[in-house]
Design a binder for this molecule. Structure first.
Ligand code: ADP
Length: 396
């Protein structure tokens, strides 16, 4: 019987999971899946590595809904039914969006940690409560199993204070109004993969473009975050599927003269970005296929802001050795990569159409610098590795 780690990534209405076996301290993903529509009519989907078999089940809306608790019970039963002969649960690793100033490393969860994470809810009100609900749900089911929190903010800790500050009174900085940065688990994944792929470049000046439904850039020196586009919240920086990206604070003040704070929040998080500009979709595939002029405008704005922010972060780094695209859009859209790279030709970037269109890992013309790469992110793998490290350390 081998040890196993379950990785949980809990969102507002979905719970994604991955199950890893641990053999000689090596992780192998055995299954993954998700429960969508939590709180309503939920849908469970899972896929096993070995057999390739996929499972699917829909739960009708029950009285009180099918929430986290029911989701966890069903997931635990599914894992038991499919792996009881082979795997014994060692630990659960959770993605937690905000670690604040206290958590710069993955952390074993206990009551005191939960209390500190709850205190951070006002800093990430749309994400942190769901992460905590998942932690409590798992503890209720298996109080004997260690749980580890892995933070999206942690990768960005230790930056110079000027990169973290707003031009606000210092007491507000000390109270947590600072540019925390997010997507850290993805950046950790890319930094460690790039160290294997191109160690020379990885020790230099690198910008990673995490372009998914949420989008941000991270400037790295020697694999460590130097600056990033997301700030106090996951709204800042690049425009995203439904989030606005960087915005003049005067706009918010103006909106508040005719809208409630809740209405403004809903607009900035769910009705802005690509969806807001185009009025068509938050999905880049649909925008690229659309004939609506505003769909093209949304794509142009997205690319423009990425180019502008890469210019800004290049100045922070004092030059650029490599640019890496990752996440749903970054990994899959050769058109977005081409548009962004075209706007960066002044930096010396020369993309190879053949490499970019045929799924190559390095997509620049041979010998051109900075080089441009496409590397799939693996946030779950990072959470599993961090969780294993924490529980192994505890074991010693
Ligand atoms: P999340 O932030 O939800 O994890 P992902 O990283 O999975 O998001 O990215 C999802 C987005 O990726 C989709 O909304 C879509 O815009 C984009 N995407 C996925 N595949 C493609 C593709 N082939 N071409 C363009 N965009 C794509």
């Amino acid at each position: 019987m081998n040890d196993a780690i379950v990785v949980i990534n809990a969102g507002s209405s979905s719970l994604k999971f991955s199950l890893y076996s641990v053999i000689n301290q090596q992780l192998q993903r055995e299954a993954h899946g998700q429960i969508e529509g939590l709180g309503k009519a939920a849908r469970f989907k899972a896929q096993k590595r070995e057999s390739g078999v996929s499972a699917e089940r829909t739960f009708e809306k029950s009285v009180g809904g099918f929430g986290y608790h029911e989701g966890f019970s069903y997931l635990a039963d599914w894992i038991r039914d499919h792996f009881h002969d082979a795997l014994s649960l060692l630990a659960v690793g959770h993605r937690v969006v905000h670690g604040g100033a206290d958590f710069g490393e993955p952390t074993l969860i206990d009551a005191a940690v939960v209390e500190k994470l709850e205190a951070l809810i006002p800093l990430a009100p749309l994400h942190q409560p769901h992460n905590l609900e998942a932690i409590k749900g798992a503890a209720k089911l298996r109080a004997d199993i260690p749980q580890v929190a892995c933070f999206d903010t942690a990768f960005h800790r230790g930056r110079e204070s000027v990169t973290e500050r707003f031009g606000l009174p210092d007491e507000l900085f000390l109270a947590g109004l600072r540019r925390w940065g997010f997507h850290g688990l993805s950046y950790e994944s890319i930094a460690s993969q790039f160290r294997q792929i191109a160690p020379g470049l990885a020790s230099g000046r690198v910008i990673v473009a995490h372009l998914g439904n949420g989008a941000s850039l991270c400037a790295m020196k020697n694999g460590r975050s130097v600056d990033t586009t997301m700030g106090f919240s996951v709204l800042d920086g690049l425009p995203m599927g439904t989030r606005c990206g960087a915005i003049d604070p005067g706009v918010i003040l103006f909106l508040l003269t005719s809208m409630t704070p809740k209405q403004v929040e809903t607009m900035l998080y769910t009705k802005s970005g690509l969806l807001g500009i185009s009025g068509v979709s938050n999905d880049v595939r649909e925008l690229l296929a659309s004939k609506e002029p505003l769909a093209a405008e949304a794509i142009d704005y997205f690319a423009y802001r990425i180019i502008r922010e890469i210019g800004s972060l290049t100045a922070t780094l004092g030059g650029l050795d490599a640019l890496i695209f990752t996440a749903g859009i970054g990994e899959n859209s050769c058109i977005i990569r081409e548009k962004v790279c075209r706007g960066l030709s002044w930096l010396g970037i020369e993309i190879s159409a053949e490499a970019n269109n045929t799924g190559k890992r390095c997509v620049t013309r041979e010998g051109a610098t900075p080089s441009v790469w496409v590397i799939p992110t693996d946030e779950e793998g990072v959470i599993a590795a961090q969780t294993l490290k924490v529980v192994s350390h505890r074991g010693h």
